[in-house]
Design a protein around this ligand. Structure first.
Ligand code: NCD
Length: 308
């Protein structure tokens, strides 16, 4: 029996066995929820704070739903009306919220390292879950993408996965890489314009390419990414039409992938920029399954960290 995690900041140091435990537990929780949406009570009496300093639709809502389904109390911190806007420091905000006796903080912040900062400064009983920091990590997204793939493919080892788009600014890509590598995927290809690809030193074992037609050839899974303009220097901003021509996923390009290849995208999607509408809504798209799985993965993570 492996020891339980206290925090979830990145998947870099989480073993394949522990990740498999999360995926298995998410499936058990999905089955338990299928018998009704009544709360499971596994986290009754626990208090969780959603601390999102960046916009979010899917991640924040699914964490909130996950808490409700587990019987925890969840509070959403409203950044637009918070005192951080009056100049309060992150540390003072943390200590103020902590004084209200929290069990977990779910943190999203544009600055890489903010969740680790919270771990260092939070009271010892408080668990921290990273819901996305800068371009560094988004561990629950990595896990839910792995779960979505596992639902359709028996084994991770033989898969070829192509991740295309603004990889350089993507915490999702980094967490997907850590999740899939840890679970045994042998071949991961990263594709995008040179200015939006990470350095080969960061991922020495992966294939980096600026040619999407080549990178998608025979792929079993294609993960598309949004152009994260909010993290991009103005000089990197591509012309959207030219971008779609070279790096957009349309039906013709998808036909180069393995038959029945799975199409994933963490959302929000920009139709016609990184993905054609008929592919996003098409039979190979798993985008809404990712969203459905996000609740169960987040329930699994919350239970691991917080169940008594
Ligand atoms: C992603 C994020 O915020 O990192 N969205 C998400 O959590 N599903 C990806 C993105 O914003 O492009």
């Amino acid at each position: 029996m492996t020891t339980r995690l206290r925090h979830l900041i990145s998947l870099r140091d989480v073993s394949g066995a522990v990740m498999t435990r999360f995926l298995d537990r998410a499936e058990q929780l999905r089955d338990a929820c299928a018998h009704g949406t009544r709360s499971l009570d596994l986290l009754r009496g626990r208090t969780v704070l959603n601390l999102f300093f960046e916009p979010s639709t899917r991640t924040r809502t699914s964490f909130e739903l996950a808490c409700h389904r587990l019987g925890a109390i969840v509070v959403n911190f409203d950044i637009n009306n918070a005192s951080t806007n009056k100049g309060e420091s992150l540390l003072d905000t943390l200590h103020t919220l902590e004084a209200m006796h929290l069990d977990a903080l779910i943190v999203r912040h544009r600055k890489t390292g903010t969740p680790e900062f919270m771990v260092r400064h939070a009271a010892s009983g408080v668990s921290v879950i990273n819901a996305g920091d800068g371009n560094h990590a988004h561990p629950t997204q990595g896990l839910l993408d792995a779960l979505t793939i596992r639902q359709h493919r028996a084994e991770f080892e033989p898969l070829t996965v192509t991740i295309c788009g603004d990889v350089q600014h993507s915490r999702v890509a980094r967490s997907d890489i850590h999740a899939l590598t840890g679970l045994g995927v042998q071949q991961i290809r990263l594709c995008g314009p040179g200015s939006l690809l990470p350095s080969a030193e960061e991922f020495p074992k992966l294939i980096l390419s600026e040619d999407f037609d080549a990178a998608i050839e025979g792929a079993d899974v294609v993960i598309m990414l949004r152009l994260q303009k909010e993290r991009m220097a103005a000089t990197l901003l591509p012309n959207e039409q030219a971008y779609f021509k070279h790096f957009g996923l349309d039906r013709a390009r998808l036909a180069r992938a393995a038959p029945g290849a799975l199409v994933l995208h963490p959302g929000p999607i920009n139709r016609g920029i990184e993905i054609a509408p008929d592919v996003a809504d098409g039979p190979q798209s798993r985008i809404l399954e990712q969203v459905a799985n996000s609740v169960f993965i987040r329930m699994a993570v919350l239970t691991e960290l917080l169940a008594r």
